[in-house]
Design a protein around this ligand. Structure first.
Ligand code: AMP
Length: 216
């Protein structure tokens, strides 16, 4: 099963994507994670992506399409994959459609997470992530040790650069301008788009996600 998770920053698609991937027994690819790892390792992709990432701007489509093409061709995706954070522009939606056509694989579901802006700002400004394993958390102050971290040495909680207030505002604007048109694009290209309410507890949202994916 190939699933695209669509929704504004902070809507919870990363966390729910992990749960859905585990339930379906397929991997999850997060372009944001790929980019963060590339920035940390200072690879050519990371060096090119860094300035966009830090401002909360989208990384150019050709870089994203390269990541997507490589990831979808990997043998471990044969049973399916959850795509988290991609697609975010209409050219990316068109690019994904072409890649899947080339692989003769269908896109089964586009899951849209709907949530109000005020709730997103609250979530993103209260979020920290583990510096070593990337696990997101709320209510954990920057600098606090991530005692449950499985990496060695254990990480500590840090604020993501793109979760600073200016970058959050920019990311929400970028979503409205560049990603929201993707919703109309999918509506015009088949009926695989299903919207779910992304407010409530993790478990309540997970139940909605499972129903939408036909496994609940
Ligand atoms: P995320 O972790 O999904 O919130 O992504 C964090 C940042 O990575 C975004 O603000 C962009 O700078 C970059 N990024 C991730 N996925 C994409 C994408 N599909 N297209 C463009 N930029 C992306």
């Amino acid at each position: 099963m190939i699933v695209v998770l669509l929704g504004p920053p902070g809507c919870g698609k990363g966390t729910q994507g992990e749960r859905l991937a585990a339930a379906l027994g397929v991997p999850k690819i997060s372009t944001g994670d790929v980019i963060r790892a590339a920035i940390k390792a200072e690879t050519p992709l990371g060096l090119e992506a860094r300035a966009y990432y830090d401002r909360g701007d989208l990384v150019p489509d050709p870089l994203i399409l390269g990541i997507m093409r490589e990831a979808l061709a990997a043998p471990e995706q044969a049973r399916g994959v959850i795509l988290d954070g991609v697609v975010r522009t209409v050219p990316q939606a068109e690019g994904l459609a072409k890649v899947l056509e080339g692989l003769a694989r269908p896109l089964d579901l586009v899951l849209l997470f709907e949530i109000a802006d005020e709730e997103l700002v609250k979530r993103l400004s209260g979020r920290t992530v583990c510096s070593a394993c990337g696990t997101p958390a709320t209510g954990r102050a920057p600098g606090e040790l991530h005692a449950e971290c499985k990496a060695s040495p254990k990480g500590h909680f840090v604020r993501r650069k793109d979760d600073e207030p200016d970058a959050i505002r920019n990311r929400l604007e970028v979503y409205e301008q560049q990603t929201a048109p993707v919703i109309a694009w999918y509506r015009a290209h088949g009926d695989r788009l299903t919207a779910i309410d992304a407010t409530g507890t993790m478990d309540v949202i997970e139940a909605r996600v499972r129903r939408a994916a036909g496994i609940g």
